[in-house]
Design a protein around this ligand. Structure first.
Ligand SMILES: C[S@@+](CC[C@H](N)C(=O)[O-])C[C@H]1O[C@@H](n2cnc3c(N)ncnc32)[C@H](O)[C@@H]1O
Length: 389
């Protein structure tokens, strides 16, 4: 018995030693391979992180959990590595992107997507030269109260073309085709808007250059996704992926001790207000930005009690992670230290302590060095490795 447990900890030690020796800054790494480049997502982690951690701490056919799944990076890597995976996120856009990124689409469905593009090209010229303003108003009426400024975010020609594309997607009956097209559509919404480029935050640029050929841009986005899909289809295993639009503070649908490995990347307190940054996509896809904001961990910015709420919510999530993870299995948390209220919050230390307080054993902290972000808000990023004892 003694020998076996010694051997086990040897293996654990060797794994950690191996991981510590790797370069984690990965400055020039390709991060858009397979389906990872389908859609931009604020503060997503690079796929090499979950790939290395899943490879080290789990085996084929294991069940992996990412309870802050975002755009599904962990799920794509799980699918490629032959692990089953559960992704949880309160943001419906995250769930949609994750689903499409992890779906192997068969040839007949790809043909349907190509037909959609051909029909779109055929119809667009006619419709864009005679805009249906009545339809435009009807389409936007549910949002009128929430988004009265839509015409400040887009030039009218852009709204018209987007509307023509969106109304065609809305009547597609095959869910796989529809979701694929919606992700392509959503991926465009910021670049064709009047938002300032180069900022994480969404701000209107009064001098934004006019955008045109929106349908062509959309077709290009779909075709690029199809190329990535072809690559993904050749490497994706038959493992299963389950995605839940749910709050990670209470994942009652996951039974106790059923998860073999947790690889996750929680929000960095209020550093990235997901609903605010993604509001153009959320509006067009029919979601209420403000409802989503309320359920995000510390989603609302600049509230005096943000740090307290964040810490409380994170503790609830950690308790759930502890409950669902099998004994002696591992949990990796990627976290950065944001600047908030004029000071740097050492979330790595705080989360490490919280996790230890509820019974996780902390094994190692790996620093990823300086965080490379256009927002420049994060000082450093860490990978925390725990065992569930
Ligand atoms: C740092 S991002 C994860 C990014 C992900 N690793 C990726 O590569 O795309 C954190 C995610 O936590 C989600 N989130 C925030 N509060 C949540 C909650 N209460 N329950 C579930 N997910 C939540 C956000 O919507 C966001 O997608």
């Amino acid at each position: 018995m003694k020998l076996r447990s010694e051997n086990k900890s040897q293996t654990e030690l060797a794994k950690i030693k191996y991981l510590c020796a790797l370069d984690w800054e990965l400055i020039n790494a390709d991060t858009d391979y397979y389906t990872h480049g389908y859609h931009p997502y604020s503060a997503k982690y690079i796929p090499q992180i979950p790939n290395r951690l899943i490879s080290a701490f789990s085996r084929k056919d294991d069940l992996i959990l990412d309870n802050f799944v975002g755009s599904g990076t962990t799920l794509v890597e799980s699918k490629v590595l032959g692990r089953n995976a559960i992704g949880v996120d309160v943001n419906p856009l995250a769930c949609l992107i994750s689903k499409v990124k992890t779906t192997v689409i068969k040839e007949s469905t790809i043909v349907e997507i190509s037909h959609f593009l051909n029909n779109l090209r055929r119809d667009m010229f006619h419709e864009c030269s005679s805009p249906d303003w009545k339809m435009l108003r009807e389409y936007w009426s549910p949002f009128d109260k929430l988004h009265p400024n839509i015409s400040r975010w887009y030039h009218l020609n852009v709204i018209r073309e987007l509307l023509a594309i969106k109304t065609k997607i809305d009547v597609v009956t095959n869910t796989e085709v529809k979701d694929f097209l919606l992700v392509a559509f959503s991926s465009l919404l910021r670049t064709v808007s009047n938002a300032k480029s180069g900022f994480g935050n969404l701000m209107i640029d009064k001098n934004a250059p006019p955008k045109n050929r929106i349908a062509e841009r959309f077709s290009l986005a779909v075709r690029k996704m199809l190329c990535s899909l072809a690559e993904f289809n050749t490497v994706a295993t038959k493992s299963q992926v389950f995605i839940f639009k749910h709050d990670s503070r209470k994942v009652e649908f996951i039974k106790d001790q059923t998860i073999d490995f947790i690889c996750t990347h929680p929000p960095y307190m209020s550093a990235v207000p997901y609903a605010e940054y993604q509001k153009l996509s959320l509006w067009w896809l029919g979601y209420n930005q403000y409802d989503i904001e309320k359920s995000l961990i510390a989603g609302r910015r600049s509230r005096p009690d943000t740090p307290q709420r964040f810490l409380h919510d994170m503790e609830m999530s950690l308790l759930e992670m502890k409950r669902v993870l099998r004994k002696k299995k591992y949990c990796c948390i990627v976290i950065g230290n944001p600047v908030y209220g004029g000071k740097t919050w050492k979330l790595n230390e705080i989360i490490k302590q919280n996790a230890v307080d509820i019974g996780f054993t902390h094994l190692k902290q790996i620093s990823r060095g300086k965080y490379h972000s256009t927002m420049g808000k994060m000082k450093e990023e860490f990978i925390l490795i725990f065992r569930n004892d």
